[in-house]
Design a protein around this ligand. Structure first.
Ligand SMILES: O=C(CO)[C@H](O)[C@H](O)COP(=O)(O)O
Ligand SMILES: [Fe+2]
Length: 253
């Protein structure tokens, strides 16, 4: 039986697009981040605590503004309350499905966000936004919608901590997983072997193996996990699938 959360070291000379300027460490691991979008929103704090107690590695918090996507969720005041409820330790990955993501960097940092994941489609100046996020003390995630090519993300890959490949059109939980996004993940993994690569949308026990084989290591799961009678087992299953794929990839080298 594999130990959960297996960590591997990768060393593939020549494959990284720009190894000398890369921010990525030479290790990545399987991490599972529940999306609490599908939970009872009147109990967000206790749902976050429940997910962490069930073995989640981080929390994926979906911020929607009703403009970039046709839905509204919550903003930084809610994040501040969640931080107080769960304490300092849990990692908050803010999935910012908002227009003008620049305007929420400082409020989110002050509220206790750990990583600010913005959409490439939402800004005209990704370089400046990356700099502002980092100066605010957060990690940087860069997300692309299904219609955006991975080549458009590539120029920024060495400046970010995580790339998010959306596997549904952003806006709603509970949608069908888009398997045709997997070539994007495979390409990113081949070009940036140590980059954290996240998938989000329709991911659960039925679809995790496609994501893991393609090379994703940060797994967002919403409805499949939250609605489960046994979220602890689902989290363990997802993590094991990713950890085994990481180990297989390292052995294949
Ligand atoms: O960003 C999102 C939607 O835009 C959510 O994170 C995502 O949909 C997770 O929920 P599910 O696993 O139910 O698809
Ligand atoms: Fe999300």
């Amino acid at each position: 039986m594999l130990r959960l959360g297996i960590l591997i070291r990768v060393s593939l000379p020549g494959l990284h697009a720009n190894p000398t300027n890369s921010r990525h460490s030479m290790a990545y691991s399987a991490k599972i981040g529940p999306s609490i979008l599908s939970s009872d929103l009147s109990c967000l704090g206790s749902e976050c605590v429940r997910m962490m107690e069930c073995g989640a590695d981080y929390l994926h918090l979906d911020v929607m503004d009703g403009h970039f996507v046709p839905n509204i969720t919550f903003g930084h005041p809610m994040v501040e309350c969640l931080r107080k409820t769960v304490g300092q330790d849990p990692f908050f990955d803010m999935h910012m499905m908002v227009s003008r993501p620049e305007q929420w960097v400082k409020p989110m940092a002050a509220a206790g966000a750990s990583q600010y994941t913005f959409h490439l489609e939402a800004t005209t100046n990704p370089g400046n936004l990356i700099k502002e996020i980092r100066e605010s003390g957060m990690k940087v995630g860069l997300a692309i919608k299904p219609g955006t090519t991975v080549e458009e993300l590539a120029p920024w890959a060495n400046q970010i901590d995580m790339a998010l490949v959306m596997t549904v059109e952003p806006g709603f939980g509970g949608q069908k997983f888009m398997e045709d996004m997997m070539p994007k993940v495979s390409w990113l993994r081949s070009q940036f072997p140590s980059l954290d690569i996240e998938v989000d949308g329709g991911v659960g026990p039925d679809t995790i193996h496609k994501c893991a084989e393609a090379g994703a290591n940060m797994i967002v799961s919403g409805s499949a996990l939250i609605a489960s009678d046994d979220p602890r087992s689902v989290i363990a299953l997802l993590r094991t699938a990713v950890a085994e794929a990481i180990q297989k990839r390292s052995l294949d080298r």
